[in-house]
Design a protein around this ligand. Sequence first.
Ligand code: ADP
Ligand code: GLC
Length: 476
Amino acid sequence: MKILFATSELAPWVKTGGLGDVAGALPAALRKLGMDVRVLVPAYPEMLEGFPDAEEIARPLELGGLLPTPTLRQALSPDGTPLLLLDYPPYFNRPGNPYLGPEGRDWLDNHLRFGLLSRVAAWLGSEASTLDWQPDIVHCHDWQTGLAPAYLHYLPGRRARSLLTVHNLAFQGLFDHASLFELGLPDAAWGIDGVEYYGYLSFLKAGLKHANAITTVSPGYAREIQTDEEGMGMAGLLRHRTEQLSGILNGIDDKAWNPATDRHLHQTYSARRLEDKAINKAELQRQLGLEQRRDIPLLGVVSRLTEQKGLDLLLEVTSQALDLPAQLVVLGSGTHALEQDYAALARKHPGQCAVAVGFDEALAHRIEAGADIFVMPSRFEPCGLNQMYSLRYGTPPVVRATGGLADTVIDAADEKLGNGFVFGTATADALLQALQRATTAWRDAKGWRALQKRGMARKSGWAEAARQYVELYQRL
Ligand code: ADP
Ligand code: GLC
């Protein structure tokens, strides 16, 4: 089967979160199962630098509305996946990240930028395409490509089937009514059965409405988003589509995230050489100016600093957590307020708490390896990758029981299967109690080792998820 994977992020070149990781690893896993997958991604500066020789293969014309004529270039990723780079320099060859300018504000023409991405995905899946490669399925991800199923719906002739994977229901791609015309969508699309959502045009709603099937990135999240409490205004529509909605748990890239070979680490280690993990802790403490202590546990956080991730709860109890005693290292970027609060925290507790504001891939790996306990108190979590990295790195996670966290972490109270610490309500108190349990358990060296090893033995990789996607493609 031929699958077009349409995405706004692609690790290792362009990534703001887990979507980039998924798009960077899942296509190769699908190809191993015999799928002919090509990845459509905007030609951001990082892509142009990474693939300077990408050859022009098409110029999709007459896309409608105010959409320009881009160039499609083909390149081959190192893992052998063909990439289709959507090249339109005025839209994509810009500084900043895929969504925000250098000052941290959304680009004002994001509807056109991701409208073009969606429209070209649909063009590739339609009779209008001039390529000799026609996908059977257009596999979209989040709001950025959510409009593709709607375009496919309104296009004439033979078309690919569509699948929308929801990585995060909180980002809905809302734009004003005028964008309907700019994006070349028919007037008929403006309404409850089209792309309209409470007076706005919503890319995500358009996808949820028109995709032939919908998946989310964990079974737990697929259930949660059909409830009014967690459906973020889309629960009604999702319940309506419950027959076409399923959850497929993400895997992790087990080559990039393998403590035995990770080139970012000061010292590699494995379940059989767990004592070498301590070298990474000492080095991390040294690098970040923490006191060099082996006798207290080091708590680690790598996260976007947003409401979703519940890190305001950790702020509320940091002093008590440090008194357990423990040390804390945080790497993150996100809202200005949380960045400021965490920076202030580090100034208040020098030697005990270190904070790095920014996006730093190497440091993320070093924290996964150097911390003793990973902290992820998310309010909601569609899947979450960091708790899975933590399990693999022998850094038992403390998580809230939600979405993919609840699907991957088993509380230590289960002496046979436990691999971390799970708490229920999203309150600072509940988090602190879980941290207490974790730091107490850390003091029991033998029990801790067993806990670490159970996490490290967990099956990771993408093979199982890829198998489930193939099954779904075949059904479609
Ligand atoms: P989300 O996609 O909601 O941010 P995930 O847990 O699925 O959450 O994935 C986050 C990914 O982004 C992980 O690979 C994590 O290591 C990475 N990441 C998040 N923040 C940073 C940061 N400040 N520096 C480096 N990597 C980060
Ligand atoms: C999103 C979610 C995260 C998930 C990631 C990859 O950004 O917030 O939970 O792991 O997508 O699917």
